[in-house]
Ligand binder design. Structure first.
Ligand SMILES: Nc1ncnc2c1ncn2[C@@H]1O[C@H](COP(=O)(O)OP(=O)(O)OP(=O)(O)O)[C@@H](O)[C@H]1O
Ligand SMILES: [Mg+2]
Length: 196
């Protein structure tokens, strides 16, 4: 499903962040990407979703393919349309909006309110905690709840492949279990996962 061949990423034309990364992920797999601080894990995810472009980064050699088609340096919006959704590091909720408003934004591709409602129902059935919190201001949620929210928001966009950067960072062990249970449920639903 996803293939990286000898990918090199350079920021600002001079900073070499990733060199010679190759990997292959089949549909339905859950793959962990491990490495020390500064090894280039986040950059690798950002190269796949092409968020590196916003940081003046670029894939300068090698290639990235999704279902057989080259996606390196494609527009990030088009990459989202192909079904790759990136949950970035740091639990970036829209702090002043409620949980449900955050989720609705994740469903921006849908063309009818009814379809958005269906997506919401599916997210709430997979992440029961979000249903209970739906009217709460997201900025006041706990770290684990915010992590579940950003994963839920990504689910709203009907991902085929979800890229998730450090979902357990700084969470209490019980919360880590709960977040990983959500990932398991996503995998059971057929979503392919690449987890840093
Ligand atoms: N926007 C940027 N501009 C310039 N250099 C960057 C940028 N982002 C990351 N880097 C550099 O690229 C290298 C890889 O960083 P990256 O964030 O991908 O590592 P990481 O494996 O995710 O690390 P961590 O475990 O700390 O999250 C580092 O040397 C970092 O300083
Ligand atoms: Mg990182």
């Amino acid at each position: 499903m996803l293939e990286l061949n000898n990918v090199e990423v350079i920021y600002s034309e001079v900073i070499l962040a990733v060199k010679g990364v190759s990997m292959r992920i089949s549909e339905g797999q859950c793959v962990a990407l491990l490495g020390g601080n500064g090894a280039g894990k986040s950059t690798t995810l950002k190269a796949i979703s092409n968020v590196i472009k916003t940081e003046d980064g670029r894939v300068t050699s090698g290639n990235i393919q999704f279902n057989g088609k080259r996606i390196d340096n494609q527009d990030a919006v088009d990459i989202v349309d192909t079904g790759i959704i990136h949950v970035m590091e740091g639990r970036r909720v829209l702090r002043h909006l409620t949980v449900e408003q955050n989720l609705i934004i994740g469903g921006h591709k849908e063309t009818s309110l009814r379809a958005v409602r269906q997506r919401l129902d599916e997210v709430y059935s997979r992440i029961g905690r979000l249903a209970a919190l739906k009217d709460r201001t997201s900025g006041y949620l706990s770290g684990g709840e915010q992590q579940m929210l950003v994963i839920g928001r990504a689910m709203m966009a009907r991902p085929k492949l979800m890229l998730i950067d450090e979902p357990s960072l700084g969470l209490a062990p019980l919360m880590v279990d709960e977040v990983f249970a959500v990932l398991k449920s996503l995998k059971d639903a057929g979503v392919t996962l690449l987890v840093v």
